[in-house]
Design a protein around this ligand. Sequence first.
Ligand code: HPA
Ligand code: ZN
Length: 340
Amino acid sequence: MIDTLAPTLSDFISRLPKAELHLHIEGSLEPEQMFDFARRNRVVLPFRTVEEVRAAYAFTRLQDFLDIYYQGAQVLRTEEDFRDLALAYFRRLAADGGVHAEIFFDPQTHTGRGIPFAVVADGLLAGMAAARDQFGITSRLILCFLRHLDEDAAFATLAAAEPYLDRITGVGLDSSEVGNPPAKFARVFRAARDRGLRLVAHAGEEGPPEYVWQALDLLGVDRLDHGNRALEDAALTGRLGAEGMTLTVCPLSNLKLCVVPSLEAHPLRRMLDLGVRATVNADDPAYFGGYLLDNYLRAATALDLSRAQLIQLARNSITGSFLDADAQATHLVRLDAMPR
Ligand code: HPA
Ligand code: ZN
């Protein structure tokens, strides 16, 4: 009888105060929204139905996804589009029990097709403000440089962001990893740090452990996105643990992009066992088949994670966030009060 009164795993995870630290806002564009935005902006899509779009989401590696993700983003044109996109994401996060999110955006995907930086930034900031009002969710904005483009383009993007740097928390590095090592962006990351921005970078998703070393040593990241392949290098894994580096891990993304053969083989549990501060995140939920709660739930089931481990993951998401100490403490007090 007692068992039937215990919260289900889904309820338990849903009640954990948790932050999402790896979420590309353009990757939250659901096929239905893609059609809505295409209609209102008179953009012609190469798909006729939502089912056709979903059928195209079959990937064997990162580049397969990126090609379709950049194509989808073309329906986003106005400030209202970016606001609506962000607010729809935060509505999902609220339903999953998320309390805070640090969202990535890719300005070059938009400025490259003539959408002004201000349209993107003002729209996203409006969505973030509305999320605070409507759902009590706090958020931060992280500008990602596209690593398949060159250093000059990244510097031009940082310059375009200048009027917004009081509202942008950090910079990141995303897009095609292999062949575009962190070293390529060492100078622009230095310039970002000099402007008071926090630094994160995707590394070790498809790229080798060497890219993770570079993210640490040449970029000086505050947080590491993915980082799965760091586990191939014992010295690197030891360093991540010793430095208390937060990894923003994305189980369903890794599955969809064939970074892991199955969720059962996912390194998340191993990371926790090795003392690495892993977190759980959705990455591009509209493309990878699940939002934050689904990522926790599917990983917890496949890896048989204990409730203590789930609390640890949520704790890591708060302590690894760029929230100030007071805001972190508020969430941690609630987490510590969770029945185990
Ligand atoms: N990896 C690299 N670039 C990206 C991703 C990712 O998972 N999602 C959106 N851009
Ligand atoms: Zn990502």
